[in-house]
Design a binder for this molecule. Structure first.
Ligand code: HEM
Length: 526
């Protein structure tokens, strides 16, 4: 009997808790709706009680729906996801007017409770606009934007490109994998002075699994907790709380992924064999200030985790899109190769300092960024305090969605936007080229603009230029030009990249193959 009563209590407790949660939600929604009725909100799609517009949002390729709202309601769209007000920005000039000109108000982030509080993967991208964010931001600005620090990564990056070319020469069928290894190696080199020999590297596998658990693969409930924060306090063992059980598993993995490379660099520093990287810079700075205790070490380890997650997939997406576009447009590939041959000659492969001399290649890269748009919705910002723009009121706490994909498809700026056409960036004035450069929006806006944009761009340039200098890239058996450009052929999610497609890499000549092998031999001997 006592056991039966215990069992009853077991079921009553969750039911009562869920009822209380729902009542609280209804009360909060009711109150916030009444308050908002007095505001002059921007136009937007019709809302239904409780849900607002969340039911109109598909789980994939959301940038299309946001762009459609833009066409119907104008530059500034107002929506509501449960009780959270949402501002959707589809036009570049609105994003600049708000996120750049009013940076103090528009630089925070929404709460990201699943990642920050449950998984405890609390890094720069997700941080609110606080002093802690400012400190981490300074760390990464110094490490990723200062010219003298950037130069220290150059030999590492050249080695990784040479390894990539040699691996593709040996295993052309695995070329896309070797490109991904290159992007991972650059991030691990910058972060920890570490070079993985393949994508099977144990640290890469652990990191990918931790990222998958922390970001995706957790179902819609991990996102629901941001709108119903009380859900985070429901015990993990209760029915429907699978997302919390996964989150707690992810927490352990993230701790390991953060700890392992930091320990390695500490050992290397003691042995005097550490390579210059962000970890050595931060550890040495903390030691210099006499601040390197356990807490500071944990803070540094957690901060560094951002590099792999922010830099690997985004850079790989851009490079793999470049390969796809070269396959689809052999005439453009030939023009790029002719420019490379003309400027660089036959005796060597491209290096970073060649970038300013390759004007057609520059136009091609701009068009690649625009066409692929690697982070179609950027990362949402949050409005810290109530604001007014263009006669409209914007409520405090609004989630600000930057639809970068819609900006890249702006018919006025880029006529025929689905067409891949580097000519749109050729022969413009220097000012015009600067103003329309897609790198001015694909890396985000204002105070939160991507601090990795310079290193990303130079890593993409170096790899892309070497790939077409050394190889002819062509379609392989089974390649279907129509299929590879349909929207379903691109991943949906934070990063948009082409799904794998059949392509072939053939050395352009025996001399180029020898250049690749010779350069890789030097790298292996280092
Ligand atoms: C093509 C490659 C890349 C693209 C398209 C890209 C894009 C972005 C975007 C859209 C944001 C959000 C900006 C905003 O909130 O307005 C961002 C933030 C960030 N990116 Fe990148 N990124 C790339 C590569 C990299 C690389 C290589 C690194 C590191 C070396 C990096 C590190 C970061 C960090 C740390 C943030 C967070 C900044 C903050 O919240 O203050 N990214 N990136």
């Amino acid at each position: 009997m006592a056991a039966l009563q215990d069992q009853d209590a077991l079921y009553l407790y969750p039911t009562a808790l869920i009822t209380c949660l729902l009542l609280t939600v209804v009360l909060i929604l009711d109150r916030s709706c009444r308050r908002r009725n007095h505001l002059r909100l921007p136009p937007g799609p019709k809302q239904v009680p409780l849900l607002g517009n969340v039911h109109q949002l598909p789980s994939t390729y959301q940038h299309h729906v946001f762009a459609e709202w833009g066409k119907q309601f104008g530059d500034l769209v107002y929506a509501r996801f449960f009780s959270t007000p949402v501002l959707v920005l589809n036009r570049l000039h609105t994003a600049r007017a708000l996120l750049e000109k009013r940076g103090a108000k528009y630089s925070s982030r929404p709460s990201f409770i699943y990642q920050k509080d449950i998984v405890q993967f609390d890094h720069l991208i997700l941080m609110s606009y606080t002093d802690r964010w400012k400190r981490h931001r300074r760390w990464f600005q110094n490490a990723l934007l200062a010219r003298n620090t950037l130069n220290t990564y150059e030999p590492m990056r050249r080695n990784e490109v040479q390894t990539m070319l040699r691996d593709i020469l040996r295993e052309p069928g695995e070329a896309l994998g070797h490109i991904r290894r290159y992007t991972a190696a650059v991030m691990l080199g910058v972060g920890y002075g570490y070079s993985p020999s393949s994508l099977d590297d144990e640290y890469i596998r652990m990191t990918e699994e931790a990222i998958e658990l922390s970001l995706g693969g957790t179902g819609p409930s991990s996102g629901l907790v941001d709108f119903f924060p009380a859900l985070q306090y429901v015990p993990a063992w209760m029915p429907g709380m699978e997302f919390k059980r996964r989150g707690l598993r992810a927490r352990k993995m993230v701790q390991e992924v953060n700890r392992i490379p930091l320990e390695r660099v500490k050992r290397e520093l003691m042995a005097g064999s550490a390579r210059p990287c962000v970890t050595t810079a931060l550890l040495e700075e903390a030691m210099g200030e006499g601040a390197l205790g356990e807490a500071e070490e944990r803070e540094i380890a957690g901060a560094l985790g951002v590099l792999y997650i922010a830099g690997t997939d985004t850079t790989a997406a851009t490079l793999i899109a470049f390969v796809l576009l070269m396959v689809l447009h052999p005439d453009i590939q030939q023009k790029v190769q002719a420019e490379l041959d003309n400027v660089i000659g036959d005796a060597r492969l491209p290096v970073s300092s060649d970038q300013p001399s390759l004007s057609y290649f520059e136009a091609v890269m701009k068009e690649v960024y625009r066409w692929i748009c690697p982070a179609p919705l950027g990362v949402p910002h949050q409005l810290a305090e109530r604001d007014e723009y263009d006669g409209f009121d914007m409520p405090e706490g609004s989630l600000v969605v930057t639809n970068v994909w819609a900006m890249s498809r702006d018919e006025e700026q880029f006529p025929g936007p689905e067409r891949f056409d580097p000519e749109r960036f050729v022969d413009t004035t220097a000012e015009g080229a600067e103003a329309r450069d897609p790198r001015k929006f694909v890396f985000g806006f204002g105070r939160r603009v991507c601090p990795g944009r310079v290193i990303a761009d130079s890593s993409v340039f170096l790899a892309a230029a070497n790939l077409v200098a050394a190889f002819d890239i062509r379609p392989a058996k089974g390649f279907d030009a129509q299929q590879v450009v349909s929207e379903l052929a691109f991943t949906s999610g934070i990063v948009r990249h082409p799904k794998p497609f059949p392509c072939s890499f053939e050395p352009r000549s025996a001399a180029k193959a020898n250049l690749v092998l010779g350069a890789a031999e030097v790298t292996d001997g280092m």
